[in-house]
Design a protein around this ligand. Structure first.
Ligand code: HEC
Ligand code: HEC
Ligand code: HEC
Ligand code: HEC
Length: 244
């Protein structure tokens, strides 16, 4: 009897561990702990320090940013100098702001992934994941770095093709999915915008893969915050903001 209980406990503990691993950064594309370069004697096999530092952090890029930052000058933003859409209202920022600069310190491709601490730079993003193409070019990417609600407007002047960020619940693939309990934190404002109400890379992606849909790892290597379909209809992320 005792042995049986122990066995059951082990199985339960095993499945809990699996769940935890799926919900966090471990096992995600941002888990660099087993890279050969991850051997700084003061913090070997680090998970967090590739990006964050508790002290002496950069004050322009992401929170407690410890990775070599990318300069905020010289960026080309969506709709800058070209006219891709007759209906575009947003005014391109001069440069990515907020935590988007943090993402781009690796995803431009010009600064090494392992440019932190005393580790020698050796790994660069060279494939399609270098979304600004190594030349600070964001003209091919969805607009970022602006205040969402200020652009959408309220009352009679509200843009009817964009949803109000305070009152609109984000669309979810499955009401029973972990992390998708409808509530205040699941409005556009709480889930898709940053603390300043701005739309940034982190509006669509979860860099730590901690929240979002259970489809994240299985069907969605892109760490997109909302994925899958509801009632057989997809593009839930896009349709949460765009009333199309
Ligand atoms: C690949 C880079 C990267 C790694 C690795 C990383 N983070 Fe982050 N983290 C970011 C970025 C970028 C942001 C800002 C965007 C956001 O909040 O999603 C952030 C935001 C945060 C925040 C503040 C916002 C929030 O969600 O509360 C905390 C706290 C945090 N990270 C903790 C951690 C810890 C702890 C680890 C290690 C287990 C870790 N991070 C690993 C890039 C990273
Ligand atoms: C420390 C460097 C670093 C930082 C900072 C970083 N990433 Fe990444 N990220 C990577 C690497 C390396 C990969 C794996 C790229 C590959 O596919 O070769 C990756 C993968 C991804 C992927 C999955 C790509 C795919 O092909 O599936 C997404 C999405 C992503 N990152 C978004 C972000 C966002 C958004 C931020 C900021 C909130 C961020 N990253 C910050 C290094 C970084
Ligand atoms: C409006 C939503 C949205 C925003 C904002 C956004 N992304 Fe994405 N991103 C997506 C979606 C959806 C995908 C997956 C589909 C695809 O690859 O086109 C993706 C794919 C990616 C990939 C994998 C691409 C590849 O070809 O390997 C990376 C890396 C990435 N995004 C990084 C970023 C970074 C960095 C930012 C900010 C500069 C950002 N994203 C802003 C929605 C967004
Ligand atoms: C967090 C809210 C949000 C999400 C999520 C989002 N968008 Fe957007 N999108 C916007 C806003 C705001 C604009 C700027 C609209 C403007 O200036 O008129 C925009 C701009 C665009 C434009 C450019 C329109 C033009 O006239 O040039 C397209 C196309 C677009 N989004 C498609 C998408 C797609 C596809 C997705 C899903 C992958 C998506 N968006 C996800 C808020 C969002």
């Amino acid at each position: 009897m005792k042995t049986l209980n122990l066995l059951t406990l082990t199985v339960v503990a095993g499945s809990l561990l699996t769940l935890t691993a799926q919900a966090g950064i471990l096992g995600s594309p941002h888990d660099f702990h087993s890279r050969s370069w991850n051997n700084d004697p003061s913090d070997p096999a680090t998970v967090c320090s590739v990006c964050h530092t508790p002290h002496h952090a950069d004050t322009v890029s992401g929170p407690l940013w410890g990775h070599t930052p990318i300069s905020a000058s010289g960026w080309q933003m969506y709709a800058n100098g070209v006219s891709p859409g007759a209906n575009i209202k947003y005014t391109p920022a001069a440069a990515p702001t907020g935590s988007s600069l943090a993402c781009l310190s690796c995803h431009d491709g010009s600064i090494a992934v392992n440019a932190y601490g005393s580790v020698a730079s050796s790994e660069y993003i060279t494939n399609g994941a270098a979304i600004s193409e190594g030349s600070k070019n964001l003209t091919h990417s969805h607009p970022i770095s602006f205040n969402y609600q200020a652009l959408v407007g309220t009352g009679p002047t509200q843009d009817k093709w964009l949803n109000d960020s305070v009152n609109t619940l984000v669309l979810t693939p499955d009401a029973n999915s972990p992390g998708f309990i409808a509530g205040n934190d699941m409005h556009i404002k709480g889930f898709l915008l940053d603390q300043q109400g701005n739309l940034e890379c982190s509006s669509c992606h979860d860099v730590h893969n901690q929240e979002g849909s259970p489809y994240n790892i299985v069907n969605n290597p892109h760490l997109v915050k909302i994925n899958g379909t509801a009632g057989g209809v997809g593009s839930l992320l896009c349709r949460s903001c765009h009333n199309k």
